[in-house]
Design a protein around this ligand. Structure first.
Ligand code: GLY
Length: 616
C-alpha cells in the first residue's frame, strides 16, 4: 500500500524516475485508444505537418478526438467541441465541464457567391457570478482562500451551454458523434503524465496541509490525487463523468443544468458554501444559498463579433472583453509594427527587439488593469484602446535604450496570475478555423466535485477583484471595475487568436498560463510573422513576460542570449537598459497551427505540457 500522505519530494521522484521510461514506452494517446481508433493520425511528437486538417490540443487524446470527428466529415467547430469535451476528461485540473471558456470561429460563408463574407464569431461562455455574489463578499469572509477553494469560489459553469450552442449553431455533426471520444476516454481511462503530476503535486500539498479537504473534497482527493499517492503513469477512469456526458449527448444541456443532476449540484454546492460562510464561527447569511435554480436556467452564452486588427497586411481576429487578451495582443502587435520590430530582427538587433517588445507588454498590461472588465457592467473604450492615436503615443514613448518605473506606463494597479487552463487550435479541410481556450482557473479549480459528476467545479470567482485593499492570494490587485456582481463575468487573460491572409486562416493560436497567455501567444505569432521561424521553433522558443506590475521582466532559462557586443549578451543588455530581469518561474503553454506558404499545416502542441497534435 502506498503512503496516503505523499510528500512533494516523493511525488517529484516519481516524476523524475518514471518520466523517461513511461514516455518512451508509449505515448499517452496510445494508451487511451479504443478499438474505434480514429482514422486521422495522432502524433507522439509535439509538432507535426499535415495536408488536410489539424488539431493541436495540450493532450494527445484530445487532439486525436478532434481529428477523429474531422475524419468523419465534421468541421472545425465539431472538432473543437470534441477536443474540448475530451479535455474535460484528460485534463481535469485545467478545464472541463465545471468551467467556462471562449471560442473564436472563422468559417467560410455558407453562401457560395464569390467574396461572400466569412462567418466570424466570438463565443463567450465564461462562468457567470451567481446571483448571490456581492462586491465585498470575499472581504467579509473569514477564510483567506474563500475565492479559491470550495463552493464560494465557483461561478456558474458555462462550458456545456457554450459548447452545445457552438455545435448546434456552427457545427455539422450530432451530439452523440462529437461526444463519443470524450465518453470513451472517461470509460477507458487515461494515464497521468508529467503535466498531470505537476498539478497533482501542488494540490496534494494543499490537501496534506488542510486535512479537512480530504473529506470535504473527497472525490478530488481520492480519484484525482489517488488519496495522496497518485503516480506518473497511473490510469484514471471516470465512469461518473462518462455517465454525465452520455446524458448530455442524449438530452442536451438540460442534463447538466436541470433535472436530477442540476438539482444535486446546486444542493451539494450550497452545503459546501455553508462551510466557508460559517468559518471562524460566523453566522451564515439569512439566505446562504450560493447557486440557485435561477442561476442554472441555461446560463447566457454571448455570440458576438471578434475584434479585428491589421498586422503586416494580415487580418487578426481577437477575443473581445471580458477577455483582456484580445485588446492586449492587438496593442502589442500594433506597437511591434510601429516600432519596426521586423526590421530590428532582420538587422540582428535581438536585444533591442526584446527590450522594445517588453516595453509594449507594459503598456498593454497597464491598460488591462485600468480599463478592462465585463463589458456588460463597464463601458470599455475598445476603439480608443486599439486606436491609432493611443498606439502612436505608446510607440513614441518607447525609449529604445531605457526602461522606466511602472507609473510611466499607467496608473499603478495590479493584475493576478493563475495556472490551469487549456487551449485548442483547429484548421479543418474546408477553410474553417477555431481557436478555443477554456479553464476552471487554478489547478483542479475549487477542488469541489459534486458526487456522481466526475469533474471539479471552477474557482473562477478569484479572477474578479476579490479584495480591494489587500493583495489577493497571488499578492496582486485588479481594479474595482472587476469587482464581483450578480451575473457578471470575471476578467480573463484567455486569448484565442486567428490570423487570416486574404480570407484564409494562416495561424490559429492561443495558450494557457494566466497573464502569460497574452505574451506567449503574441510572441509565438511574432516568431512566425516577424522572425520567420517555423511553427515548432516559434512555440518552443524560450519566452519573456512582463505584466507591468510587478515590475519584473521574466525570462525563461535558455532564452536567446546571444552575444551582441564585447561579451555582452541580450539579458545583460536588457539589465543595462534598466529592465528588472529575473528567471521565469512559470510559463505559458501555446497550441498553434500554421498554414505554410506551401499549403501544409504545421501543428504544434507546446512541449511545455506534453500535448501532441493530430490530423491528416
Ligand atoms: N482563469 C484564467 C483566465 O481566465 O485568465
Amino acid at each position: 500500500m502506498r503512503d496516503r500522505h505523499v510528500r512533494k519530494s516523493q511525488l517529484l521522484t516519481h516524476v523524475l524516475i518514471l518520466a523517461p521510461a513511461v514516455l518512451s514506452l508509449a505515448p499517452a494517446w496510445a494508451l487511451a485508444q479504443s478499438e474505434t481508433a480514429p482514422a486521422a493520425v495522432p502524433t507522439s511528437g509535439f509538432s507535426a505537418t499535415f495536408t488536410h486538417f489539424a488539431v493541436a490540443a495540450d493532450h494527445p487524446v484530445a487532439s486525436a478526438a478532434g481529428a477523429e470527428v474531422l475524419a468523419k466529415g465534421g468541421n472545425a467547430v465539431d472538432a473543437a467541441v470534441a477536443a474540448s469535451f475530451t479535455l474535460s476528461v484528460v485534463r481535469p485540473f485545467s478545464c472541463g465541464i465545471g468551467g467556462g471558456g471562449f471560442m473564436l470561429i472563422s468559417l467560410p460563408s455558407k453562401d457560395s457567391k464569390p467574396n461572400a463574407p466569412r462567418i466570424e464569431r466570438a463565443i463567450n461562455y465564461r462562468e457567470l457570478a451567481p446571483r448571490a455574489a456581492r462586491k465585498n463578499l470575499y472581504e467579509s469572509l473569514d477564510q483567506e482562500r474563500a475565492s479559491l477553494d470550495g463552493a464560494l469560489a465557483a461561478g456558474v459553469p458555462g462550458t456545456v451551454a457554450g459548447l452545445l450552442y457552438a455545435l448546434e449553431t456552427y457545427g455539422t455533426l450530432d451530439r452523440a458523434t462529437v461526444l463519443a471520444p470524450a465518453i470513451r476516454a472517461a470509460r477507458e481511462g487515461f494515464q497521468t503524465d508529467g503535466a498531470y503530476m505537476r498539478a497533482a503535486i501542488n494540490a496534494t500539498e494543499r490537501f496534506v496541509i488542510n486535512k479537512d479537504y480530504q473529506t470535504r473534497f473527497a472525490f478530488t482527493w481520492e480519484r484525482f490525487l489517488g488519496s495522496g499517492a497518485i503516480a506518473l503513469g497511473d490510469t484514471i477512469k471516470n465512469p461518473e463523468q462518462a455517465a454525465l456526458l452520455e446524458a448530455i449527448a442524449r438530452d442536451g444541456a438540460a442534463a447538466f443544468y436541470s433535472g436530477t443532476f442540476g438539482k444535486s449540484l446546486i444542493e451539494h454546492v450550497n452545503a459546501d458554501a455553508l462551510i466557508t460562510y460559517t468559518a471562524g464561527g460566523r453566522n451564515p447569511p439569512r439566505n446562504a444559498a450560493w447557486f440557485t435554480e435561477q442561476d442554472f436556467k441555461l446560463p447566457r452564452v454571448d455570440d458576438g463579433e471578434p475584434l479585428t486588427v491589421e498586422f503586416l497586411g494580415k487580418r487578426v481576429l481577437l477575443m473581445p472583453p471580458p477577455s483582456s487578451g484580445g485588446i492586449a495582443i492587438g496593442q502589442i502587435l500594433g506597437l511591434a509594427e510601429r516600432r519596426g520590430l521586423a526590421t530590428l530582427w532582420a538587422e540582428g538587433n535581438s536585444a533591442s527587439y526584446a527590450h522594445q517588445l517588453a516595453e509594449s507588454f507594459k503598456f498593454a498590461f497597464a491598460d488591462r488593469a485600468n480599463y478592462l472588465a465585463d463589458p456588460k457592467f463597464t463601458a470599455i473604450p475598445v476603439k480608443k484602446l486599439l486606436g491609432a492615436q493611443r498606439l502612436d503615443d505608446f510607440a513614441r514613448r518607447i525609449n529604445p535604450s531605457h526602461s522606466y518605473g511602472p507609473e510611466y506606463y499607467g496608473e499603478p494597479g495590479q493584475i493576478k496570475i493563475d495556472s490551469g487552463t487549456s487551449h485548442i487550435s483547429v484548421i479543418d479541410g474546408r477553410g474553417g478555423a477555431v481557436a478555443c481556450t477554456e479553464t476552471i482557473n487554478t489547478e483542479f479549480g475549487s477542488y469541489l466535485a459534486v458526487p456522481g459528476s466526475g469533474f471539479c467545479l471552477n474557482n473562477q470567482m478569484d479572477d474578479f477583484t476579490t479584495r480591494l485593499d489587500k493583495p489577493n492570494a497571488y499578492g496582486l490587485r485588479q481594479s474595482e471595475k472587476n469587482l464581483p456582481e450578480p451575473s457578471k463575468r470575471p476578467l480573463s487573460s484567455m486569448s484565442p487568436t486567428i490570423v487570416l491572409d486574404a480570407d484564409a486562416p494562416i495561424i490559429v493560436a492561443g495558450a494557457s498560463g494566466g497573464p502569460r497567455i497574452i505574451t506567449a501567444t503574441a510572441q509565438s505569432i511574432l516568431n512566425i510573422l516577424v522572425r520567420n521561424m517555423n511553427a515548432a521553433d516559434a512555440v518552443a522558443a524560450k519566452r519573456m513576460h512582463h505584466q507591468w506590475l510587478p515590475s519584473v521582466l521574466e525570462i525563461e532559462r535558455g532564452f536567446d542570449d546571444r552575444e551582441i557586443m564585447n561579451g555582452m549578451g541580450v539579458s545583460l543588455w536588457l539589465r543595462k537598459v534598466r529592465q528588472n530581469v529575473k528567471d521565469a518561474t512559470s510559463g505559458a503553454v501555446v497550441q498553434l497551427i500554421h498554414r505554410t506558404p506551401a499549403g501544409t499545416l504545421d501543428a504544434v502542441s507546446d512541449p511545455r505540457k506534453g500535448g501532441a497534435p493530430a490530423g491528416e
